[in-house]
Design a protein around this ligand. Structure first.
Ligand SMILES: [Zn+2]
Length: 76
């Protein structure tokens, strides 16, 4: 797989994923991803992306302003 932006080589890595909801910021740390060695762009597989949606969604109705979770402990 090559980077969509710069066609650089990709490598397995982890990254932090931050999402801003209406009144809450959710930060998911240590998310497995594939990262471009050249420009640093991170890509998530469909499975990981679905899991991230689910994790972020679970905070949608919470009253927390900032939530920081680790991917490995937040996923089911
Ligand atoms: Zn790139």
């Amino acid at each position: 797989m090559k980077c969509f932006y710069c066609k650089g080589d990709m490598e397995e890595s982890t990254t932090s994923h931050a999402v801003t909801l209406e009144d809450c910021v959710v930060i998911v740390k240590d998310v497995p991803c594939t990262r471009c060695r050249q420009c640093g762009e991170a890509y998530f597989s469909d499975k990981i992306a679905d899991e991230l949606d689910r994790i972020v969604d679970s905070f949608r109705k919470s009253k927390t302003e900032i939530a920081v979770v680790h991917y490995a402990s937040a996923r089911t």
